[in-house]
Design a protein around this ligand. Structure first.
Ligand code: SF4
Length: 234
């Protein structure tokens, strides 16, 4: 597994758990507003001082020393499911007694299904970038929304704990767009609306974008609540 960074402690990334977050390198999307460009764009990927590219050994040594402190590990990106050795990586973490949370863009339902079937993950946070008809623009590449639908169905019809979430910003989403996402995932357990942070974005033009105000987010939350229990993550 190519590790691009490690947050040694997080109280917010894994709901209800004390965790560490592993940032996986690479992504198959190019969301123009993404603020993880140093994990996504090959020309910007640089090893971090201690946990450099491919430093799996360092990571597991770190975990060994945190057995008493941490409950789980969050795998985010980039997009973790593009890595063929993800199942093996999860297996090793689970074997050490930690829970695993996967953050995914939902583009790889086969990988998702396999990880769930093999009991290698315990929680999934899946991004929904936009309503179907606007997906390509929001993800920055042509997307097979059938794959996104498959991932949604796997989570909604399965037993694993999960959340759907969308980072929303006025330059990409209208209130109606977000409502249409809520309708799409209707009756899921929870839907998080995440505030956009205009910092070091893939398309630098988005660094100047003004995010939704608190009032606007609350107003969008209210309409989404008609379809799915919606919470704000600001
Ligand atoms: S925001 Fe988009 S480009 Fe950035 S890591 Fe997530 S899926 Fe990839």
């Amino acid at each position: 597994m190519q590790i691009g960074g490690l947050q040694k402690l997080t109280l917010i990334d894994y709901p209800g758990k004390i965790a560490a977050t592993v940032f996986c390198i690479g992504c198959n999307f190019r969301c123009p507003w993404c603020y993880s460009r140093e994990l996504v764009l090959p020309e910007e990927i640089t090893p971090t001082p201690k946990f450099g590219v491919g430093a799996e050994k360092d990571f597991f040594n770190f975990l060994k020393g945190r057995k008493e402190l941490l409950e789980g590990v969050v795998l985010c990106g980039g997009e973790p499911t593009i890595h063929k050795d993800l199942p093996e990586f999860c297996k090793k973490i689970k074997k050490m007694g930690f829970l695993v949370k996967l953050d995914t863009n939902g583009s790889n339902p086969e990988a998702l299904k396999n990880l769930i079937k093999e009991n290698l993950i315990d929680y999934v946070a899946m991004d929904i970038k936009a309503p179907k008809e606007k997906y390509n623009g929001a993800a920055g590449i042509k997307i097979d929304t059938g794959k996104i639908q498959e991932s949604i169905d796997i989570l909604k019809n399965g037993k694993i704990d999960f959340e759907f979430r969308s980072t929303i910003l006025p330059q990409i989403h209208t209130k109606e767009d977000v409502m249409s996402i809520a309708k799409w995932i209707k009756d899921a357990k929870v839907y998080y609306l995440q505030q956009f942070r205009p910092e070091k974005t893939i398309d630098p033009a988005y660094e100047k974008c003004k995010p939704f105000s608190q009032e606007e987010l609350e107003s969008i939350q209210r309409v989404c609540n008609i379809y799915v229990f919606t919470k704000l993550r600001i």
